[in-house]
Unconditional design. Structure first.
Length: 131
């Protein structure tokens, strides 16, 4: 792994906590607004946050494809939780079930996003080795 790629992957990995915090805050805001009947405001925040979530997933894909994070059991569990929460959100959105969307966001998606913080940087990036 060349030094430029290693540096870029370290920067991408180090930006994960910021993404996690921002996604958690905004998804929770949308869920709270839905629960108090402010559907229009909640939907605006939710749509914007879903877009940011898409970028977050792209960052994760980049880290995985470039060997920037360990793809161990923790990664597989986090990936499965994110995919399952996303699938449920899609289904609830299709059904127009706002209460279910808010619950999935709060009790499944946010915990899955938080678990991304448990992922370990790969040895190749962390130590500069090419293992």
């Amino acid at each position: 792994m060349d030094d430029t790629l290693r540096k870029n992957l370290k920067e991408a990995y180090s930006s994960l906590p910021e993404y996690i915090a921002e996604l958690k805050t905004n998804f929770m805001r949308a869920a709270d607004l839905w629960r108090v009947g402010k559907d229009r405001e909640a939907e605006e925040i939710y749509i914007h946050t879903l877009e940011a979530f898409g970028y977050f997933l792209e960052l994760m894909d980049l880290l995985v494809s470039r060997n920037g994070i360990e793809t161990d059991e923790t990664y597989r569990m986090v990936e499965a939780a994110l995919l399952e929460a996303s699938r449920k959100l899609e289904e609830a959105s299709r059904d127009g079930d706002i209460t279910m969307i808010a619950d999935i966001v709060e009790y499944e998606l946010i915990p899955a996003i938080e678990r991304v913080g448990e992922l370990r940087q790969s040895k190749a990036v962390r130590d500069g080795s090419d293992e």
